[in-house]
Write a protein of this length. Sequence first.
Length: 367
Amino acid sequence: MPLLALLTALTTAAFGGSVLAGVQEARDHASLLATGADARVETATPLPSGLPDRLRRSPGVSDLSAVSVTDDAEPENGAQSVPLVGVHPADYAALSSRTDIGAFAAARLPARAVGGTTPALASTATARTYGTRPFPVLLPDGSSLTVRITTVLDRTPAVRGSDFLIVNREALSPALARPTTLLLTGKGLDGAALRKAAPKAASVHLRSEERERYVDSPLQTGAEGVYATAVAAGTGYAVLALLLALLRTAPERTALLARLRTMGLTRASGRRLLVLESLPQAILAALGGTLTGWATIRLLSPGIDLTAIALPTTEHDAAGAELRTDALSLAIPATAVLLLAVAMGIGQAWWSGRRGSVRELRAGDAR
């Protein structure tokens, strides 16, 4: 029965912990998709030429990618505009790889046009519309660019929408090649310093601030509270099962320890003996609980969508939230059971050491 109780408690704690970890992961990913990096500085017009160098010296900034975004580029007949992004291939490829948003090889965007066309990266929706044949793109300054889609990406850091074209910035005219958006990466970015350095017309978005925007609705707080309570209840259940098992066997173990001490067993050896005696059941419970927790999550994950718990309704299309196995949620409860078993064994050895062996033997004989 104690082993069954421990298995149930560990499975409940692992499942609840994986749900909470999945919610946090989904919110972190959604905030990253919203900004494209750890911070984003953008304007509708070209940014000052010296701004990238100033922001590189801002506290916490480790890297920066400058891109030009033209929202009203018109492919072919101009029936529908598509955001056209001009990038420096090496910088932008490194950013895409670090953020894991539309990673690509920098060599896919050569500086020179091939066969009179400019290689371009495109979203899945844009590639579905225009295919891989060369097609002209009319730009706002009156110039045009013939592009051919060579690589298809699901997403890209510079554009939030589902339609985009990405080309080497050197293929654009000098006016259109000027950066309008700066994507910054780094830890501990100072929003106040970035806003002070940026022009007044620029908008500055930090990933950390975007993450804080996901305030919990009553549905979200209630659901998270249920899973957090399940984790707490599972932990308490495991502690109670260990405690009851210890109390049930405490008299016999204490009497046995007292008899061994009359035969020369030291206190340290007695403590090790009680710890080793409690470990087999604890190890079996930890391994079994980890296995049952993993199996439960794997079996239930196809039917559980955490998006409604993790994200506002407006963000549902931007990022999903699936239930995945969380290693920490499996490892922490199992490790806690082992530590509790060891701590209780040490505690019992200490308590029995305070009482004389003769008294314990007499108590055992009376029983």
